[in-house]
Design a protein around this ligand. Structure first.
Ligand code: MOS
Length: 768
């Protein structure tokens, strides 16, 4: 279905619904992981290695152990037994495979070598300082050139046609290498664990993007049955992928709490965020494009390396979008891993796609320059009709319209191609564009809905809201299906003891929860209407259930509904007193009449990977960014002044939370392009800018005008609402759109991020 406006478009689905958890967060009422406190809680502080490679020759904790209030110092000499996760298990994922303190070896700077637990945080901090560690030091390898001396294996994927032959025969060939640096996740809330044992069972308060995964992993790591582990993560100050999988501090806190028989709290501080909880790895990507003289792609080679840690094989899948985003008969993607003495990399917003499309889309822009062709025209000319990687039709693809809409918005027709040829407000300006894509799927989810005798609806699901609006999406579905106002809907998430829900990852949470939530509420309503006809003192006793409906929160006879909110335009300021009088019977009265404690039903999401109908399609979201930069050559100042983001992510369930995602991603993209880079000092291997003074992220003053447009075509292959996902994709394509604009303004092509002032000084333009 290709209509942008479904009949329910005027209702709450697709409206600008403020986050229902917003007031809890803005008033400081929401409790995050390390906000939790318990009687007898002890405080843990980790001790980090000050070398990046070698082994611990001697660890002396005796002074620390004698200090006031110290309860325990764990290190490789006395650590309680903890286990590895069974490898290659598709059910659960761990980040760093090596358990903390497994042996005396050091693989990266900042690796935990001990943890001190004391009565107070101050005592633990002081004692952590007193742990003496001597090392046999090896020279660490944190080199940033990945190709030089690379001896590892290269893996080929997605090969089709004969790209090498096609490159030889192509009229125009582009061959360039692009580099993206290490970037570090910097969510507002850092990682942390509060572990509380009760007998053989443990509750972990975490900042986790996946409480179910976390529970499964920690059960294996701690050697206890799954049902003995409960993971709670009700509010999360974002994660950007860094909180998808458990990190060692969770194991350390749980083991210490078990040993002491007391609750233990362990926080990861901002400096540790740069070494111990993942990062986006360094990538080096060689792109070769072949094209006909009139700009039709004939060959793509995408050969990339990314760095990984010494012990874990983490592939940053830079070539994931390459096989299908454009049409091209001859193609190959290869990848390889270069080991470095760094912590284990992990997914970061748009993993693979974000660095990968920086390379591919930069190459497309360079090819357009070589061809003397408008980059807009080049992108449109090479649009793909079907997924040429899998040879499946797209479930819904509107990339071309993203480009044409963006062109309209920025006024692309006025663009003059010569670098440095455009002026605005006494400055040189440049315009650039780039495409984006990200996969979609419907992963499993279970949710329960309870119609309660107090007139409230309770929804329960062991997924979590990392700030994206998941609480609100559940409430929207409940409101859409029952007409019960949002202030009478309670959503319970972020607790692994609830029915299993999806990880908030891969931009797949919303598409996963929608069917489960819908099926659950539909079943609950069906049960309610049945009971209405079976309860002797009910006004609907003896009626046929299918003549009844739940509307405006009231059981009503179909065709005679009064004042139902169902299907009516959503008004965020709606108050019960402002509503007109209603007919029928409030659902809670019926529940009381029937002497029930409530009516509960469970709903499930049938995963797309088991659905033959969905498997017949390639499911992806698409988008385009159009960036404008201002360049003042007199003072070598570059600013990003405008970004237009046009996205095709299926139907948007909540325009407000959805637009927030793309806006935030564009902000992160500006940071990636101009500021962000984690630097390892080459002798010590230390991430030397591991703090907010030296690792720069954009501030308000750095930001351009941002403008987000959703095409809003429902993708009904993914789910009945047509929603795909939006968390990751907004960051893809930002960097290449900006660097294309930088080239257009300055004549300088930047192929290694971030853009540095030294790069721009190569511009030959001396005045605006
Ligand atoms: Mo996303 S990097 O799967 O949080």
């Amino acid at each position: 279905m290709e209509t942008a406006n479904l009949p329910h478009a005027a209702g709450i689905i697709g409206a600008q619904v403020p986050r229902i958890d917003g007031p809890l967060k803005t008033t400081g009422t929401a409790r995050y992981a390390v906000d939790h406190d318990f009687p007898g809680l002890a405080h843990a502080v980790a001790v980090q290695s000050t070398v990046a490679s070698g082994r611990i020759r001697k660890l002396d904790a005796s002074a620390a152990e004698r200090m006031p209030g110290v309860l325990l110092v764990f290190h490789h000499g006395n650590m309680d037994k903890v286990y590895r996760l069974f490898p290659h298990q598709d059910e659960a994922t761990m980040s760093e495979a090596r358990p903390p303190f497994e042996d005396d070896k050091i693989y990266y700077w900042g690796q935990y070598v001990a943890v001190v637990v004391a009565e107070t945080l101050e005592q633990a901090n002081a004692a952590a300082e007193a742990v003496r560690v001597e090392y046999d030091v090896d020279t660490p390898n944190v080199r940033t050139d990945l190709e030089t001396g690379f001896t590892g294996k290269r893996q080929s994927s997605w090969k089709r046609g004969d790209p090498d032959k096609a490159l030889k025969e192509a009229a125009v060939v582009l061959d360039e290498t692009y580099i993206t640096p290490v970037e570090t996740h910097n969510p507002m809330e850092m990682h942390g664990t509060v572990a509380v044992w009760s007998g053989e069972s443990v509750t972990l308060y975490e900042s986790s993007q996946g409480v179910v995964n976390h529970r499964i992993v920690m059960a294996e790591v701690l050697g206890v049955p799954r049902e003995n582990v409960r993971v709670i993560s009700r509010f999360i100050g974002s994660g950007f992928g860094g909180k998808l999988f458990p990190w060692p501090q969770s194991t350390m806190a749980a083991a210490a709490a078990r040993k002491l028989g007391r609750p233990v709290k362990l926080s990861v501080d901002r400096r540790m965020m740069f070494s111990n909880v993942g990062h986006r790895p360094l990538t080096e990507q060689r792109i070769r494009l072949g094209a006909t003289a009139d700009g039709k792609l004939t060959a793509i080679r995408h050969d990339f390396l990314n760095h990984t840690s010494i012990l874990d094989d983490i592939v940053e899948r830079c070539g994931e979008q390459t096989p299908f985003i454009y049409s091209c008969p001859n193609l190959e993607v290869t990848s390889g891993l270069a080991r470095r003495n760094v912590g284990t990399p992990t997914p970061m917003r748009g993993p693979g796609a974000v660095p990968g499309l920086f390379a591919l889309e930069s190459a497309m822009d360079e090819l357009a320059v070589k061809l003397k062709m408008d980059p807009l025209e080049l992108h449109i000319k090479n649009d793909a009709e079907r997924d040429e990687g899998t040879n499946l039709p797209f479930s819904s693809r509107h990339l071309k319209e993203c480009f044409t809409t963006g062109a309209e918005k920025i006024g692309w027709k006025q663009r003059t191609p010569e670098p440095g040829s455009m002026r605005k407000n006494g400055k040189i300006i440049g315009w650039g564009l780039a495409g984006a894509s990200w996969g979609a799927a419907r992963i499993p989810c279970t949710a329960t809905v309870e119609l309660c005798p107090n007139g409230r609806i309770c929804v329960r699901c062991a997924t979590q809201d990392i700030g994206t609006g998941t609480y609100t999406v559940f409430a929207q579905v409940m409101h859409a299906k029952t007409g019960v106002p949002l202030d009478r809907i309670d959503v319970f998430l972020g607790d692994s003891s609830l029915p299993d829900g999806p990880t908030s990852g891969g931009s797949m949470a919303t598409s996963a929860i929608l069917p489960a939530a819908t099926n659950a509420v539909n079943s609950a309503v069906t049960r309610l209407l049945n009971i209405a006809t079976l309860t002797p003192n009910s006004p609907f006793f003896g009626a046929k259930p299918d003549t009844l409906t739940l509307s405006g929160g009231r059981i009503q006879t179909k065709g005679q509904e009064q004042a139902g909110l169902h299907g009516v335009a959503f008004d965020p300021d709606d108050t019960p007193s402002a509503r007109p009088p209603a007919g029928g019977v409030p659902f809670e009265e019926l529940i009381t009449l029937a002497r029930l404690s409530g009516i509960t039903a469970t709903g499930r999401t049938f995963p797309s990977f088991e659905d033959p109908k969905a498997k017949a399609y390639s499911m992806h979201s698409f988008g385009a960014h159009f960036a404008e930069v201002e360049w003042e050559p007199e003072i070598a100042r570059l600013r990003v002044s405008r970004i237009f983001s046009i996205f095709d992510c299926g139907r948007i369930i909540n325009q407000k939370a959805g637009a927030n995602q793309i806006l935030g991603a564009a902000v992160m993209g500006v940071g990636m392009t101009l500021l962000e880079e984690t630097r390892y000092e080459h002798r010590s291997g230390q991430p030397i800018n591991g703090n907010f003074a030296d690792y720069l992220v954009p501030t308000c003053a750095d930001l351009p005008e941002l403008d987000v447009t959703f095409l809003d075509y429902p993708d009904l292959i993914v789910n009945e609402y047509g929603a795909r996902g939006i968390g990751e994709i907004g960051m893809a394509g930002v960097a290449p759109a900006i660097t294309a604009a930088v080239h257009h303004a300055t004549g300088v092509r930047v192929r290694e991020l971030p853009v540095r002032i030294e790069d721009l000084l190569k511009s030959t333009f001396r005045e605006a």
